[in-house]
Design a protein around this ligand. Structure first.
Ligand SMILES: Cc1ncc(COP(=O)(O)O)c(C=O)c1O
Length: 369
């Protein structure tokens, strides 16, 4: 039997994201605005950065929105703005991508991990026992599209005078008991990476706050310590200033956001119905989530991922490791072994969604030991 070349297999795969289909939808506006950027002659921190920041303020209801090059940079400058560093502790989840932890080490603080529940989100009852006199912040990471436990975390932050950072890279625009994710936290960090609920065409981030002192610090911190080209340095900082291209991409994708969300909800509702009736175990999600990632709990997700790939379905092993280097985190370990994200995106066809359901069911049956 002749082997099918990998490139052909990959081209026909049902994908977690379709940059080509997303681009096709926005490209006319994108090229018009990029031409204007070139006419204006300012590629950093120019007109479209201000427009996108203003639109983010309106969309999120927060007083200040500062675009950055990534959510990782937003998390880092949140720590710097609050003066968190050596000798301080920051409470974070034991289960997420490395970006949910790295910034703590970069500022020289210590990460204190909290295990996750059956949704993959921090067990809020485990947070208070982890607080010590050195704790300075709680980073609330909402995973898979569910919002973190806002009521408990905000109460703890008030009680112990801690910075409340909302790592909303995945949970943006989800809700909890009617409270919208982006309205919570002293500082909110957003990601516009291609696989996020509000994706740009490449990557990018933002930091939101109602605190005007933080706002001015963010303007400096994202730009090596000076807010504009000819302005003096008043602070140290990082190279995290966005370019106009990112702002333009974001303005284009924001126009499509409602339509894309609607479609993701449609597919997720279809999956819920089908997988429940076929008894395929799912990661439980709330009714107020944003349908960002759809995870199936396999007995051995890496085996399932390999089988799905052979059958033409891409999947993502969120995540292949727990974050702590040592300690006992059974909730996070369970997710590392079992949770596999399958395609749920606005650009899938009905036929592709149906094929995903049938193939996942077949692989899940093979995967039962
Ligand atoms: C929960 C979470 N936080 C932070 C990040 C970092 O986002 P960025 O790629 O924009 O730095 C990610 C990215 O995957 C994420 O999933």
């Amino acid at each position: 039997m002749a082997l099918v070349p990998l490139a052909i297999l990959e081209a026909t795969m049902i994908r977690c994201e379709y940059l080509n289909r997303r681009y096709a939808q926005v490209k006319d506006k994108y090229h018009t605005l990029i031409e204007d950027v070139m006419e204006r002659g300012k590629v950093f921190n120019g007109h479209y950065t201000s427009v996108a920041e203003h639109r983010l303020q309106l969309l999120t209801g927060r007083k200040h929105a500062v675009l950055t090059s990534s959510c990782s940079v937003s998390l880092l400058i949140s720590m710097y703005a609050a003066g968190i560093g050596a000798g301080d502790e920051v409470i974070i989840t034991a289960y997420s991508c490395p970006a949910s932890e790295t910034f703590v080490h970069l500022v020289g603080a210590t990460a204190v991990f909290v295990d996750v529940d059956e949704t993959g989100n921090m067990i809020s009852g485990d947070i208070e026992p982890a607080i010590t006199e050195r704790t300075r912040a709680i980073v609330a990471t909402g995973l898979y599209g569910d919002m973190h436990d806002h009521a408990s975390i905000s109460e703890l932050c008030k009680k112990y005078n801690l910075l409340y950072v909302n790592d909303a890279a995945q949970s943006m625009f989800s809700h909890q008991h009617g409270v919208t994710s982006l309205s919570t936290g002293d500082v909110v960090c957003m990601s516009f990476a291609e696989n996020k609920p509000l994706p740009s065409l490449a990557t990018g981030g933002a930091v939101l706050t109602d605190n005007t002192e933080f706002y001015y610090k963010f303007l400096h911190l994202r730009n090596h310590g000076k807010p504009g080209r000819r302005l003096p340095y008043t602070h140290f900082g990082v190279r995290g200033v966005p370019d106009e291209d990112l702002a333009v991409q974001l303005l284009c994708t924001m126009d499509c956001f409602d339509e894309w969300q609607q479609r993701r909800f449609e597919i997720a509702a279809y999956y819920d119905k089908e997988f429940t009736s076929r008894s395929v175990p799912l990661r439980p999600h709330t009714t107020e989530w944003n349908a960002h990632k759809y995870a199936i709990m396999f007995e051995d997700k890496f085996e399932a991922q390999a089988q799905l790939a052979k059958l033409g379905i891409e999947s993502e092993p969120h995540y292949p490791n727990i974050l702590p280097q040592s300690g006992n985190y059974p909730g996070a370990e369970r997710f590392v072994k079992q949770s596999l994200s399958i395609p749920v995106n606005a650009h899938m066809t009905d036929a592709e969604a149906e094929q995903v359901v049938d193939t996942v069911e077949q692989v899940w049956k093979n995967n039962i030991t």
